[in-house]
Design a protein around this ligand. Structure first.
Ligand code: OOG
Ligand code: NI
Length: 453
Protein backbone atom coordinates (compact mmCIF):
# COMPACT_ATOMS: atom_id res chain seq x y z
CA UNK A 1 0.00 0.00 0.00
CA UNK A 2 1.29 3.40 -0.94
CA UNK A 3 0.12 6.45 0.95
CA UNK A 4 -0.63 6.93 4.64
CA UNK A 5 -4.04 6.23 6.10
CA UNK A 6 -6.65 8.90 6.64
CA UNK A 7 -7.80 8.93 10.28
CA UNK A 8 -11.23 7.56 11.16
CA UNK A 9 -12.03 10.96 12.69
CA UNK A 10 -11.38 12.58 9.33
CA UNK A 11 -13.53 10.05 7.45
CA UNK A 12 -16.38 10.52 9.93
CA UNK A 13 -16.15 14.29 9.59
CA UNK A 14 -16.27 14.04 5.79
CA UNK A 15 -19.14 11.59 5.92
CA UNK A 16 -21.19 13.69 8.32
CA UNK A 17 -20.84 16.76 6.14
CA UNK A 18 -21.62 14.80 2.95
CA UNK A 19 -24.73 13.37 4.65
CA UNK A 20 -25.81 16.85 5.72
CA UNK A 21 -25.39 18.16 2.17
CA UNK A 22 -27.40 15.24 0.75
CA UNK A 23 -30.20 15.68 3.28
CA UNK A 24 -30.37 19.41 2.57
CA UNK A 25 -31.03 18.59 -1.06
CA UNK A 26 -33.54 15.88 -0.22
CA UNK A 27 -35.43 17.79 2.49
CA UNK A 28 -35.20 21.57 1.98
CA UNK A 29 -36.82 22.25 5.39
CA UNK A 30 -33.69 20.78 6.98
CA UNK A 31 -31.65 23.61 5.46
CA UNK A 32 -34.12 26.15 6.85
CA UNK A 33 -33.82 24.52 10.27
CA UNK A 34 -30.00 24.66 10.14
CA UNK A 35 -30.07 28.42 9.50
CA UNK A 36 -32.55 28.98 12.32
CA UNK A 37 -30.46 26.94 14.77
CA UNK A 38 -27.30 28.75 13.73
CA UNK A 39 -28.74 32.21 14.33
CA UNK A 40 -30.22 31.24 17.69
CA UNK A 41 -26.87 29.72 18.73
CA UNK A 42 -25.05 32.90 17.74
CA UNK A 43 -27.50 35.04 19.70
CA UNK A 44 -27.18 32.83 22.78
CA UNK A 45 -23.38 33.02 22.69
CA UNK A 46 -23.41 36.79 22.19
CA UNK A 47 -25.79 37.24 25.14
CA UNK A 48 -23.93 34.83 27.47
CA UNK A 49 -20.18 35.53 27.62
CA UNK A 50 -19.84 33.05 30.50
CA UNK A 51 -21.39 30.22 28.52
CA UNK A 52 -19.27 31.24 25.56
CA UNK A 53 -16.00 30.95 27.49
CA UNK A 54 -17.17 27.81 29.30
CA UNK A 55 -17.80 26.13 25.95
CA UNK A 56 -14.53 27.43 24.60
CA UNK A 57 -12.57 26.12 27.59
CA UNK A 58 -14.05 22.65 27.31
CA UNK A 59 -13.42 22.61 23.55
CA UNK A 60 -17.16 22.39 23.01
CA UNK A 61 -17.59 25.47 20.89
CA UNK A 62 -15.82 24.20 17.80
CA UNK A 63 -17.91 21.07 17.49
CA UNK A 64 -21.34 22.66 17.89
CA UNK A 65 -21.61 23.91 14.31
CA UNK A 66 -20.85 20.47 12.83
CA UNK A 67 -22.71 18.47 15.44
CA UNK A 68 -25.50 16.27 14.06
CA UNK A 69 -27.24 13.05 14.82
CA UNK A 70 -29.19 10.99 12.34
CA UNK A 71 -31.45 7.95 12.54
CA UNK A 72 -32.01 4.87 10.42
CA UNK A 73 -33.97 1.65 10.76
CA UNK A 74 -32.87 -1.68 9.32
CA UNK A 75 -34.66 -4.94 8.79
CA UNK A 76 -32.25 -7.80 9.44
CA UNK A 77 -29.34 -8.99 11.52
CA UNK A 78 -27.09 -9.05 8.45
CA UNK A 79 -27.85 -5.43 7.67
CA UNK A 80 -27.16 -4.38 11.24
CA UNK A 81 -23.91 -6.33 11.42
CA UNK A 82 -22.62 -4.82 8.17
CA UNK A 83 -23.59 -1.35 9.39
CA UNK A 84 -21.48 -1.93 12.50
CA UNK A 85 -18.50 -2.66 10.26
CA UNK A 86 -19.26 0.38 8.10
CA UNK A 87 -19.48 2.72 11.08
CA UNK A 88 -16.25 1.26 12.48
CA UNK A 89 -14.42 2.70 9.45
CA UNK A 90 -15.58 6.09 10.74
CA UNK A 91 -14.55 5.43 14.34
CA UNK A 92 -18.15 4.92 15.47
CA UNK A 93 -19.01 2.19 17.94
CA UNK A 94 -22.36 0.88 19.21
CA UNK A 95 -23.13 2.57 22.53
CA UNK A 96 -26.20 1.81 24.64
CA UNK A 97 -29.24 -0.42 24.18
CA UNK A 98 -32.71 1.06 23.74
CA UNK A 99 -35.83 -1.09 23.86
CA UNK A 100 -38.66 0.75 22.11
CA UNK A 101 -41.10 -2.18 22.11
CA UNK A 102 -42.27 -1.11 25.57
CA UNK A 103 -43.49 2.09 23.90
CA UNK A 104 -45.35 0.30 21.12
CA UNK A 105 -42.61 0.61 18.49
CA UNK A 106 -41.44 -2.81 17.24
CA UNK A 107 -37.70 -2.05 17.24
CA UNK A 108 -34.67 -2.08 19.49
CA UNK A 109 -31.75 0.21 18.95
CA UNK A 110 -28.24 1.41 19.65
CA UNK A 111 -26.34 4.58 18.82
CA UNK A 112 -23.19 4.40 16.72
CA UNK A 113 -20.88 7.17 17.86
CA UNK A 114 -17.26 8.06 18.60
CA UNK A 115 -16.20 7.29 22.17
CA UNK A 116 -12.87 8.95 22.99
CA UNK A 117 -12.53 12.54 24.18
CA UNK A 118 -10.46 13.55 21.19
CA UNK A 119 -12.82 11.91 18.68
CA UNK A 120 -15.87 13.53 20.31
CA UNK A 121 -14.17 16.92 20.14
CA UNK A 122 -13.40 16.50 16.48
CA UNK A 123 -16.93 15.55 15.41
CA UNK A 124 -19.40 13.72 17.65
CA UNK A 125 -21.58 12.53 14.73
CA UNK A 126 -23.99 9.83 15.91
CA UNK A 127 -26.52 7.60 14.21
CA UNK A 128 -29.44 6.19 16.21
CA UNK A 129 -29.86 2.78 14.59
CA UNK A 130 -32.93 0.62 15.04
CA UNK A 131 -33.47 -3.01 14.14
CA UNK A 132 -37.00 -4.06 13.23
CA UNK A 133 -38.26 -6.93 15.37
CA UNK A 134 -40.10 -9.02 12.83
CA UNK A 135 -40.95 -11.54 15.54
CA UNK A 136 -43.35 -8.95 16.94
CA UNK A 137 -45.55 -9.12 13.82
CA UNK A 138 -48.40 -11.32 14.94
CA UNK A 139 -49.70 -12.45 11.54
CA UNK A 140 -47.50 -15.35 10.44
CA UNK A 141 -48.10 -14.84 6.70
CA UNK A 142 -47.22 -11.18 6.86
CA UNK A 143 -44.11 -11.86 8.93
CA UNK A 144 -42.96 -14.38 6.35
CA UNK A 145 -43.60 -12.04 3.48
CA UNK A 146 -41.74 -9.18 5.19
CA UNK A 147 -38.73 -11.32 5.82
CA UNK A 148 -38.71 -12.54 2.20
CA UNK A 149 -38.82 -9.00 0.86
CA UNK A 150 -35.99 -8.01 3.18
CA UNK A 151 -33.80 -10.98 2.30
CA UNK A 152 -33.81 -10.05 -1.38
CA UNK A 153 -32.30 -6.59 -0.94
CA UNK A 154 -28.73 -5.49 -0.41
CA UNK A 155 -28.46 -2.07 1.17
CA UNK A 156 -24.70 -1.75 0.58
CA UNK A 157 -22.92 -1.04 -2.69
CA UNK A 158 -20.27 -3.50 -3.87
CA UNK A 159 -17.61 -0.79 -3.50
CA UNK A 160 -18.68 0.02 0.05
CA UNK A 161 -18.33 -3.63 1.05
CA UNK A 162 -14.98 -3.93 -0.71
CA UNK A 163 -13.65 -0.84 1.09
CA UNK A 164 -14.93 -2.02 4.48
CA UNK A 165 -13.01 -5.25 3.97
CA UNK A 166 -9.94 -3.35 2.86
CA UNK A 167 -10.16 -1.16 5.96
CA UNK A 168 -10.36 -4.24 8.16
CA UNK A 169 -7.43 -5.93 6.45
CA UNK A 170 -5.14 -2.91 6.26
CA UNK A 171 -6.22 -1.15 9.43
CA UNK A 172 -7.04 2.00 7.51
CA UNK A 173 -7.85 3.63 4.16
CA UNK A 174 -5.69 5.94 2.06
CA UNK A 175 -7.04 9.31 0.87
CA UNK A 176 -8.47 8.07 -2.44
CA UNK A 177 -10.14 5.06 -0.79
CA UNK A 178 -11.49 7.21 2.03
CA UNK A 179 -13.04 9.62 -0.43
CA UNK A 180 -14.64 6.81 -2.40
CA UNK A 181 -15.82 5.16 0.83
CA UNK A 182 -17.68 8.33 1.86
CA UNK A 183 -19.50 8.45 -1.49
CA UNK A 184 -20.34 4.75 -1.49
CA UNK A 185 -21.45 4.68 2.16
CA UNK A 186 -23.75 7.61 1.46
CA UNK A 187 -25.68 5.45 -1.02
CA UNK A 188 -26.96 3.28 1.82
CA UNK A 189 -28.71 6.29 3.37
CA UNK A 190 -30.16 7.82 0.22
CA UNK A 191 -33.90 8.24 -0.28
CA UNK A 192 -35.62 6.09 -2.93
CA UNK A 193 -38.99 7.21 -4.21
CA UNK A 194 -39.72 3.82 -5.75
CA UNK A 195 -40.80 0.99 -3.49
CA UNK A 196 -39.71 -2.64 -3.89
CA UNK A 197 -43.24 -3.95 -3.29
CA UNK A 198 -46.67 -3.38 -4.82
CA UNK A 199 -49.13 -0.99 -3.24
CA UNK A 200 -51.26 -3.75 -1.72
CA UNK A 201 -48.28 -5.27 0.11
CA UNK A 202 -47.24 -1.84 1.33
CA UNK A 203 -50.72 -1.26 2.67
CA UNK A 204 -50.86 -4.60 4.47
CA UNK A 205 -47.54 -3.90 6.17
CA UNK A 206 -48.57 -0.33 6.87
CA UNK A 207 -51.75 -1.51 8.56
CA UNK A 208 -49.72 -3.79 10.81
CA UNK A 209 -47.46 -0.88 11.78
CA UNK A 210 -46.43 2.13 9.78
CA UNK A 211 -42.84 1.61 10.80
CA UNK A 212 -42.79 -1.90 9.38
CA UNK A 213 -43.78 -0.56 5.97
CA UNK A 214 -41.06 2.07 6.23
CA UNK A 215 -38.36 -0.51 6.90
CA UNK A 216 -39.51 -3.29 4.58
CA UNK A 217 -40.74 -1.61 1.38
CA UNK A 218 -37.71 0.36 0.24
CA UNK A 219 -34.32 -0.40 -1.25
CA UNK A 220 -32.42 1.06 1.66
CA UNK A 221 -32.65 2.47 5.19
CA UNK A 222 -33.03 6.12 4.14
CA UNK A 223 -31.79 8.53 6.78
CA UNK A 224 -35.06 9.67 8.36
CA UNK A 225 -33.81 12.80 10.11
CA UNK A 226 -30.64 14.73 10.78
CA UNK A 227 -30.56 16.80 13.92
CA UNK A 228 -28.49 19.89 14.68
CA UNK A 229 -27.65 20.83 18.27
CA UNK A 230 -29.00 24.10 19.60
CA UNK A 231 -28.01 26.06 22.69
CA UNK A 232 -31.64 27.17 23.29
CA UNK A 233 -34.28 24.70 22.23
CA UNK A 234 -37.16 26.75 23.68
CA UNK A 235 -36.25 29.67 21.47
CA UNK A 236 -35.90 27.52 18.33
CA UNK A 237 -39.25 25.86 19.08
CA UNK A 238 -40.82 29.32 19.48
CA UNK A 239 -39.45 30.57 16.18
CA UNK A 240 -40.09 27.48 14.06
CA UNK A 241 -43.55 28.62 12.86
CA UNK A 242 -42.07 31.91 11.63
CA UNK A 243 -39.92 29.98 9.12
CA UNK A 244 -42.78 27.74 8.08
CA UNK A 245 -41.98 24.77 10.30
CA UNK A 246 -44.65 23.21 12.50
CA UNK A 247 -43.05 21.52 15.55
CA UNK A 248 -44.59 18.68 17.57
CA UNK A 249 -46.61 19.86 20.55
CA UNK A 250 -44.13 19.35 23.37
CA UNK A 251 -40.37 19.29 23.93
CA UNK A 252 -39.21 15.85 25.10
CA UNK A 253 -36.90 15.31 28.05
CA UNK A 254 -36.09 17.41 31.12
CA UNK A 255 -37.30 21.01 31.58
CA UNK A 256 -35.23 24.14 30.97
CA UNK A 257 -32.68 24.61 33.77
CA UNK A 258 -29.67 26.71 34.76
CA UNK A 259 -27.56 23.59 34.42
CA UNK A 260 -29.03 21.64 31.49
CA UNK A 261 -29.06 17.88 32.02
CA UNK A 262 -29.11 15.04 29.48
CA UNK A 263 -31.01 15.87 26.33
CA UNK A 264 -34.04 17.90 25.24
CA UNK A 265 -35.55 17.30 21.81
CA UNK A 266 -38.35 18.40 19.58
CA UNK A 267 -39.24 17.37 16.04
CA UNK A 268 -41.51 18.41 13.20
CA UNK A 269 -43.79 16.19 11.20
CA UNK A 270 -42.62 14.05 8.37
CA UNK A 271 -43.17 15.12 4.79
CA UNK A 272 -45.72 13.27 2.75
CA UNK A 273 -43.81 11.95 -0.24
CA UNK A 274 -44.95 10.46 -3.51
CA UNK A 275 -43.90 6.86 -4.07
CA UNK A 276 -43.96 4.74 -7.22
CA UNK A 277 -44.86 1.17 -6.25
CA UNK A 278 -43.64 -1.98 -7.98
CA UNK A 279 -47.01 -2.47 -9.70
CA UNK A 280 -46.75 1.08 -11.11
CA UNK A 281 -49.37 2.38 -8.68
CA UNK A 282 -48.67 5.74 -7.13
CA UNK A 283 -49.02 6.34 -3.39
CA UNK A 284 -47.82 8.36 -0.45
CA UNK A 285 -45.40 7.59 2.37
CA UNK A 286 -44.33 9.70 5.32
CA UNK A 287 -40.92 8.80 6.65
CA UNK A 288 -38.70 11.78 6.99
CA UNK A 289 -38.80 14.54 9.52
CA UNK A 290 -36.74 17.22 11.21
CA UNK A 291 -35.55 17.43 14.77
CA UNK A 292 -33.46 19.65 17.05
CA UNK A 293 -31.72 18.81 20.28
CA UNK A 294 -30.14 20.61 23.20
CA UNK A 295 -27.56 18.68 25.17
CA UNK A 296 -26.63 19.04 28.82
CA UNK A 297 -24.50 17.29 31.39
CA UNK A 298 -24.23 13.48 31.50
CA UNK A 299 -25.70 11.87 34.61
CA UNK A 300 -24.32 9.09 36.79
CA UNK A 301 -26.47 6.05 37.66
CA UNK A 302 -27.62 7.98 40.71
CA UNK A 303 -28.48 11.08 38.68
CA UNK A 304 -30.20 9.04 36.01
CA UNK A 305 -32.29 7.21 38.59
CA UNK A 306 -33.43 10.57 39.95
CA UNK A 307 -34.22 11.78 36.40
CA UNK A 308 -36.22 8.64 35.61
CA UNK A 309 -38.13 8.89 38.88
CA UNK A 310 -39.02 12.57 38.41
CA UNK A 311 -39.98 12.04 34.77
CA UNK A 312 -42.27 9.17 35.73
CA UNK A 313 -43.77 11.31 38.48
CA UNK A 314 -44.35 14.16 36.05
CA UNK A 315 -46.02 11.84 33.54
CA UNK A 316 -48.29 10.36 36.18
CA UNK A 317 -49.95 13.62 37.09
CA UNK A 318 -49.49 15.45 33.80
CA UNK A 319 -51.83 18.36 33.03
CA UNK A 320 -54.72 17.44 30.73
CA UNK A 321 -53.88 19.95 28.01
CA UNK A 322 -50.76 18.86 26.17
CA UNK A 323 -49.56 22.33 25.23
CA UNK A 324 -45.87 22.92 25.67
CA UNK A 325 -46.16 25.81 28.11
CA UNK A 326 -48.26 23.85 30.58
CA UNK A 327 -46.09 20.77 30.08
CA UNK A 328 -42.86 22.68 30.74
CA UNK A 329 -44.25 24.50 33.79
CA UNK A 330 -45.38 21.18 35.25
CA UNK A 331 -42.01 19.54 34.52
CA UNK A 332 -40.13 22.46 36.08
CA UNK A 333 -42.17 22.14 39.24
CA UNK A 334 -41.49 18.41 39.53
CA UNK A 335 -37.78 18.86 38.70
CA UNK A 336 -37.28 21.33 41.58
CA UNK A 337 -36.15 18.19 43.39
CA UNK A 338 -33.13 17.90 41.03
CA UNK A 339 -30.19 20.09 42.20
CA UNK A 340 -29.51 22.85 39.69
CA UNK A 341 -25.96 24.01 40.32
CA UNK A 342 -22.81 22.27 39.14
CA UNK A 343 -21.12 22.21 42.56
CA UNK A 344 -24.00 20.24 44.09
CA UNK A 345 -24.35 18.00 41.05
CA UNK A 346 -20.67 17.14 41.44
CA UNK A 347 -20.53 16.77 45.21
CA UNK A 348 -23.62 14.58 45.26
CA UNK A 349 -22.19 12.54 42.37
CA UNK A 350 -25.25 13.09 40.22
CA UNK A 351 -23.32 14.10 37.09
CA UNK A 352 -20.02 13.67 35.23
CA UNK A 353 -17.32 16.31 34.80
CA UNK A 354 -14.11 17.00 32.92
CA UNK A 355 -11.13 17.77 35.14
CA UNK A 356 -8.25 19.93 33.96
CA UNK A 357 -5.06 20.99 35.71
CA UNK A 358 -4.53 24.73 35.84
CA UNK A 359 -0.89 25.54 35.17
CA UNK A 360 1.32 26.84 37.93
CA UNK A 361 -0.42 25.23 40.87
CA UNK A 362 1.07 22.24 42.64
CA UNK A 363 -0.68 19.34 44.40
CA UNK A 364 0.75 17.28 47.20
CA UNK A 365 -0.27 14.05 48.77
CA UNK A 366 -2.75 11.42 47.80
CA UNK A 367 -5.92 11.61 45.77
CA UNK A 368 -8.55 11.74 48.50
CA UNK A 369 -11.92 13.32 47.82
CA UNK A 370 -11.04 16.11 50.27
CA UNK A 371 -7.81 16.79 48.44
CA UNK A 372 -9.68 17.07 45.16
CA UNK A 373 -12.20 19.47 46.73
CA UNK A 374 -9.36 21.61 48.07
CA UNK A 375 -7.66 21.77 44.66
CA UNK A 376 -10.94 22.87 43.08
CA UNK A 377 -11.48 25.50 45.77
CA UNK A 378 -7.90 26.77 45.26
CA UNK A 379 -8.48 27.03 41.54
CA UNK A 380 -5.79 24.48 40.76
CA UNK A 381 -8.24 22.05 39.27
CA UNK A 382 -10.79 23.29 36.74
CA UNK A 383 -14.09 21.46 36.42
CA UNK A 384 -16.44 21.63 33.43
CA UNK A 385 -19.60 19.63 32.67
CA UNK A 386 -19.22 16.47 30.59
CA UNK A 387 -21.83 16.53 27.83
CA UNK A 388 -24.36 13.71 27.47
CA UNK A 389 -23.59 12.03 24.13
CA UNK A 390 -26.42 9.50 24.06
CA UNK A 391 -30.20 9.26 23.75
CA UNK A 392 -33.21 8.78 26.01
CA UNK A 393 -35.64 5.89 25.41
CA UNK A 394 -38.76 7.74 26.58
CA UNK A 395 -37.90 10.74 24.41
CA UNK A 396 -37.04 8.54 21.45
CA UNK A 397 -40.42 6.83 21.79
CA UNK A 398 -42.07 10.28 21.76
CA UNK A 399 -40.13 11.21 18.62
CA UNK A 400 -41.06 7.94 16.89
CA UNK A 401 -44.73 8.32 17.86
CA UNK A 402 -45.04 11.90 16.71
CA UNK A 403 -43.81 10.86 13.31
CA UNK A 404 -45.95 7.79 12.92
CA UNK A 405 -49.07 9.82 12.40
CA UNK A 406 -49.98 10.01 16.07
CA UNK A 407 -51.81 6.68 16.05
CA UNK A 408 -50.06 4.96 18.89
CA UNK A 409 -50.75 1.31 19.56
CA UNK A 410 -50.59 -0.88 22.62
CA UNK A 411 -47.27 -1.90 24.01
CA UNK A 412 -45.82 -5.10 22.66
CA UNK A 413 -45.93 -7.82 25.25
CA UNK A 414 -42.29 -8.69 24.89
CA UNK A 415 -39.30 -8.64 27.10
CA UNK A 416 -36.38 -6.41 26.35
CA UNK A 417 -33.80 -8.40 24.51
CA UNK A 418 -30.35 -6.89 24.56
CA UNK A 419 -28.76 -10.28 24.10
CA UNK A 420 -30.70 -10.92 20.91
CA UNK A 421 -29.80 -7.46 19.64
CA UNK A 422 -26.11 -8.02 20.32
CA UNK A 423 -26.26 -11.35 18.55
CA UNK A 424 -27.65 -9.62 15.46
CA UNK A 425 -25.07 -6.85 15.76
CA UNK A 426 -22.23 -9.32 16.08
CA UNK A 427 -20.80 -7.45 19.06
CA UNK A 428 -21.73 -6.21 22.50
CA UNK A 429 -22.92 -2.66 22.91
CA UNK A 430 -20.85 -0.42 25.15
CA UNK A 431 -22.45 0.62 28.44
CA UNK A 432 -22.72 4.40 28.16
CA UNK A 433 -22.53 5.14 31.89
CA UNK A 434 -19.45 2.95 32.23
CA UNK A 435 -17.92 5.01 29.44
CA UNK A 436 -18.55 8.36 31.17
CA UNK A 437 -17.17 6.92 34.42
CA UNK A 438 -13.96 5.83 32.73
CA UNK A 439 -13.49 9.13 30.90
CA UNK A 440 -14.02 11.16 34.09
CA UNK A 441 -11.60 8.98 36.05
CA UNK A 442 -8.92 9.16 33.38
CA UNK A 443 -9.19 12.96 33.15
CA UNK A 444 -9.01 13.35 36.92
CA UNK A 445 -5.96 11.10 37.21
CA UNK A 446 -4.26 12.90 34.36
CA UNK A 447 -4.95 16.31 35.89
CA UNK A 448 -3.71 15.25 39.33
CA UNK A 449 -0.55 13.75 37.89
CA UNK A 450 0.07 17.00 36.06
CA UNK A 451 -0.39 19.02 39.23
CA UNK A 452 1.88 16.69 41.21
CA UNK A 453 4.55 16.71 38.53
C1 OOG B 1 -35.43 7.31 15.71
C2 OOG B 1 -36.12 8.10 16.78
C3 OOG B 1 -35.18 8.36 17.95
C4 OOG B 1 -33.98 10.38 18.89
O1 OOG B 1 -33.39 11.45 18.66
O2 OOG B 1 -34.35 10.06 20.03
C5 OOG B 1 -34.27 9.51 17.75
C6 OOG B 1 -36.28 7.00 14.52
O3 OOG B 1 -37.36 7.58 14.37
O4 OOG B 1 -35.82 6.18 13.70
O5 OOG B 1 -33.77 9.80 16.72
NI1 NI C 1 -33.31 11.89 16.66
Amino acid sequence: MSSAFVSSDEIRDQFSSAMSAMYQQEVPQYGTLLSLVESVNQEVLAANPTLNSELQNSDELARINVERHGAIRVGSADELAMLRRMFAVMGMEPVGYYDLSVAGVPVHSTAFRPVSDSALKRNPFRVFTSLLRLELIEKVELRKQASEVLSSRDIFTANAKMLIERFEQQGGLNAADAELFVQEALETFRWHDNATVDLATYERLHNEHRLIADVVCFRGPHINHLTPRTLDIDEVQRRMPSVGIDPKATIEGPPRRNCPILLRQTSFKALEETIAFADAAEGKHTARFGEIEQRGIALTHKGRALYDRLLAEARENAPAAANNEAHQAHLSAVFKAFPDDYATLRREQLAFFHYQAVAGKAAQGEMSAEQVERLIAQGALAVTPMIYEDFLPVSAAGIFQSNLGGSSRDNYASSSSQQQFEQALGANVIDEIELYTQRQQALLEQALAQLAG
